[in-house]
Design a protein around this ligand. Structure first.
Ligand SMILES: CC(C)(COP(=O)(O)OP(=O)(O)OC[C@H]1O[C@@H](n2cnc3c(N)ncnc32)[C@H](O)[C@@H]1OP(=O)(O)O)[C@@H](O)C(=O)NCCC(=O)NCCSC(=O)CC(=O)O
Length: 441
């Protein structure tokens, strides 16, 4: 760029508000420097914009998958979090363990949860004392008690997703079902297929014991299935029942009992040309799964005659905090979609309040960026694999409210994160299609 003339310098320096005491030559030199910097920044922005457009066109050519509809469901039974400890110690006949009960109350207060949904009532639990007696086997009782309820709750969520999608159930080509609550073969996936009337050739996959990362794993798998099978429409269903893990309280299981709850989520995923009435809610751009080495003892589930024992190590929030940024950098794989983590929308599995706090800290997120995750944690607790579907649903509801005001509240680009045994981190880059086609969502 040519150096400024004095007339130009006078014009621009007036905008820079340089002090009158400065000599004309200094003003000219200072103004020249400022304009060079502006041009350099504008050049970088323009280059980033160009990269974004080229990259986005490449992605369209590759035809990545999109979430086309979402449904969620919960059992009708609700327990307020501030009543949980009293209820739980009463039903397990553990009221004499006063210190343990006080500790559970302390933990419950810090969870960020206000209420949770449960399939089973105090009465139905009371009818099965073997669930709370360590000396008695209870696995088969637990299996029987959830065998029908798990696919039925999934059916409620899937029915909503299918209604929103608007196409016949016969158009579903694949089913991916994730749960820690089904222990038979054929399993909850086949029961769900029958309940919904899916075609006999639907390709079913059952994901067991992926824990809280199971929903994101199922979505990641659905993305790959949709992108590699022309015309495929994949139903993802996650349904979780805490009954398989509920047991008498001890020091090591209090946190799990304070967090987990029952719920189901379903998503229809497809790629390629959209059919009539289909609208993408979230484009599923790229995804990664990362296992943090040497952490297999930090988080896990063990099945025994007494049911499923869920272990939640105290170090989990710290482990996620130390490893999460690199996972996101890998997932974005140089996609030129943001210059700051705050440019994104965030769909994070709310495994516990401290995990969300840790993510806020690591990424220096603005207040409210994890609002959808905190809302789901507060209203429903940790529904393991199903939780991430609730977070996605809450995000698209927030976007819809924005659309109603004529203002889109969600940024174009976002990220989905979920955590499970391993310790495993599932990450997916999402893109929220912009524009008038979304107004009817
Ligand atoms: C449990 C909390 C709400 C407690 O809140 P705070 O940490 O702010 O409170 P605090 O430090 O005063 O802790 C309260 C009491 O709980 C104890 N405590 C905290 N975490 C514990 C843990 N994991 N195991 C056993 N005890 C624990 C503390 O020692 C303390 O005991 P005392 O009072 O005696 O001093 C939080 O730590 C949290 O959100 N942790 C993350 C939970 C988590 O890892 N979730 C992932 C779930 S698994 C998942 O999502 C994936 C999957 O299952 O696959």
């Amino acid at each position: 760029m040519a150096t400024l003339t004095m007339a130009e310098a006078v014009h621009y320096s007036a905008q820079l508000k340089l002090p009158d005491s400065m000599s004309p030559a200094d003003k000219r030199s200072r103004t020249d420097d400022a304009i060079r910097q502006m041009v350099a920044v504008a050049g970088t922005r323009a280059e980033r914009q160009r990269q974004r457009v080229v990259w986005s066109m490449d992605q369209q050519v590759q035809g990545h998958a999109a979430m086309l509809a979402i449904g969620t469901a919960n059992p009708t039974g609700i327990v307020p979090q501030d009543e949980f400890a009293d209820n739980f110690f009463r039903v397990t006949k553990s009221d004499h363990l006063t210190e343990l009960k006080e500790k559970l109350k302390r933990i419950c207060q810090k969870t960020g949860i206000e209420k949770r949904h449960f399939h089973l009532t105090q009465e139905s639990l009371g009818a099965h004392p073997e669930l709370f007696d360590r000396e008695m086997p209870s696995l088969s009782t637990r299996i029987d008690m959830v065998a029908t309820a798990t696919p039925m709750l999934a059916q409620s969520a899937a029915t909503k997703a299918i209604a929103e999608w608007g196409r016949p159930v016969a158009d579903i080509t694949h089913l991916v079902f994730s749960t820690y609550s089904a222990w038979q073969a054929p399993s909850a996936d086949l029961q769900l297929a029958s309940l919904l009337g899916l075609r006999p050739t639907v390709c079913r996959t059952m994901l067991s014991l992926h824990g809280c990362s199971g929903g994101a794993r199922a979505l990641h798998l659905a993305k790959e299935l949709a992108e590699n099978n022309h015309g495929a429409r994949v139903l993802v269903a996650c349904s979780e029942m805490t009954l398989v893990g509920i047991r008498s309280p001890n020091e090591s299981n209090l946190v799990g009992h304070a967090l987990f709850s029952d719920g189901a989520g379903a998503v229809i995923v497809g790629a390629g040309p959209l059919g009539e009435g289909e609208r993408p809610l979230f484009d599923m751009v790229s995804a990664t799964q990362t296992t943090i080495p040497g952490t297999e003892h930090a988080l896990g589930m063990q099945v025994s005659g007494a049911g499923v024992n869920i272990h939640v190590g105290i170090q989990v929030p710290m482990l996620i905090g130390h490893n999460i940024e690199q996972c996101l950098i890998d997932a974005f794989n140089n996609a030129p979609c943001c210059s700051s983590w705050n440019d994104l929308f965030w769909a994070v599995h709310p495994g516990g309040r401290r995990i969300l706090d840790s993510i806020d800290t690591v990424f220096k997120l603005e207040p409210g960026k994890l609002g959808a995750s905190r809302h789901v944690l507060r209203e429903y607790g940790n529904m393991s694999a199903a939780t991430i579907v609730f977070v996605l649903d809450e995000l698209r509801k927030r976007r819809r409210r924005g659309d109603d005001d004529g203002d889109n509240l969600l940024p174009e680009w976002g990220v989905m994160l979920a955590f499970g045994p391993g310790v495993t981190i599932e990450a997916m880059v999402l893109r929220c299609p912009q524009g008038p086609s979304l107004k009817k969502n």
